[in-house]
Design a protein around this ligand. Structure first.
Ligand code: ADP
Ligand code: MG
Length: 338
């Protein structure tokens, strides 16, 4: 038997990268969440070759102080939480402090930033996880993270990447999920130099129409309900706008896109009377709630959450949407038959 030995940091980061950075789209998600956490009102994304060659995210957020640049790429270093109390009521999208460290360990990463109130920008380059010295670099207020050649140093992982078209499709989905929840932020997405999305700061209804189509938006029912500290807003697709798949199911908790069985079940139940069982409802719904009542630290990519009172959430979602649908003709007919 070999003796137990401590793994070098670089390898630890590469192991974590396996969970956090499954593919270019997951790196993009981490980067976009950082820009939003920094309070950006304008975010530009440039991708090349499906994100495998290049993912660049530029924002006009609060920026990073020059002396903090190496820390931003360090594992378990974060400006977002400082205590267990903070962890128990997370209000930012990030908090684990491992996004950039993981990405940097499996790519060539350049982080350039100019914080609010500073006259100059600075830059740090990480190649294969090795940090180079911080140097002055021009930048407007905000931050640019550039990730080149994802997995260039982990060939086994690189083999798991699909075609550029497939990886691009995942990146576009990630971008759209995030852009949908932040209509007040201006977004641009370019792929191989071509503009794919140019979204101005706009009202939620307009963002929904831009991303999910006029067809969905024109027939969707506005949802706006609350019960205690629970608030549900957004749009429930008209029963006639149902789909053969679940691609148009957008559900968010405190601004975070999540996959949640409780929510899926409650919403399916709410549509049960008005939808054929093989059809899937379309919706874009945003639940806001006391962050202490939901655990977001369940999964490295934060796609899952755990509600403290899942029964109450189920009821609230069901009633909110059921009531909204009852106003439609299909809903009235269903009530009449019952
Ligand atoms: P986390 O988001 O969990 O804190 P990250 O590794 O993603 O961890 O980022 C580490 C830190 O780097 C963040 O806590 C933040 O202080 C800083 N940072 C990263 N990206 C940005 C950005 N776009 N603007 C401002 N600060 C950033
Ligand atoms: Mg982060």
């Amino acid at each position: 038997m070999s003796r137990i030995q401590r793994l070098p940091d670089h390898l630890v980061n590469q192991i974590a990268a396996g969970e956090v950075v499954e593919r270019p789209a997951s790196a993009l998600k981490e980067m976009l969440e950082n820009s939003l956490d920094a309070g950006a009102t304008r975010i530009a994304v440039d991708l090349a070759q499906g994100g495998i060659k290049l993912i660049r995210v530029s924002d006009n957020g609060s920026g990073i102080a020059a002396e903090d640049l190496p820390l931003a790429l360090d594992r378990h270093a974060t400006s977002k939480i400082a205590s267990l109390d903070d962890l128990e009521c997370v209000v930012t999208l990030g908090f684990r402090g491992e996004g950039l460290a993981s990405i940097a360990s499996v790519s060539r990463l350049t982080l350039t930033s100019r914080p609010v109130g500073s006259e100059h920008g600075h830059q740090i380059v990480a190649i294969d996880g090795t940090l180079h010295p911080v140097e002055p670099a021009p930048h407007a207020q905000g931050t640019t993270v550039e990730v080149v050649d994802l997995y260039f140093n982990t060939p086994a992982r690189r083999k798991f990447l699909k075609s550029e078209a497939t990886e691009y499709a995942h990146c576009a989905t990630t971008f759209e999920r995030i852009a949908l929840a932040h209509p007040q932020v201006e977004f641009i997405l370019r792929h191989n130099g071509k503009v794919v999305w140019r979204l101005p700061a706009q009202a939620l209804a307009d963002r929904v129409a831009a991303l999910l189509g006029r067809d969905f938006a024109d027939n969707a029912l506005a949802v706006e309900t609350s019960a205690g500290t629970l608030v549900l807003t957004g749009f429930a697709g008209h029963p006639t706008a149902s789909r053969g798949n679940r691609d148009t199911q957008y559900f968010y908790v405190n601004g975070r896109f999540v996959r949640d069985k409780t929510a899926q079940h409650a919403l399916r139940q709410a549509y049960r009377d008005v939808l054929h069982h093989e059809r899937h409802p379309a919706y874009a719904l945003f639940l806001t709630m006391d962050p202490a009542q939901v655990d977001v630290n369940v999964h490295p990519t934060k796609i899952e959450v755990r509600f403290r009172e899942s029964q109450a959430i189920h009821q609230f979602l069901f009633h909110s949407v059921h009531k909204t649908l009852a106003g439609t003709q299909a809903g009235q007919e269903a009530a009449h038959l019952a």
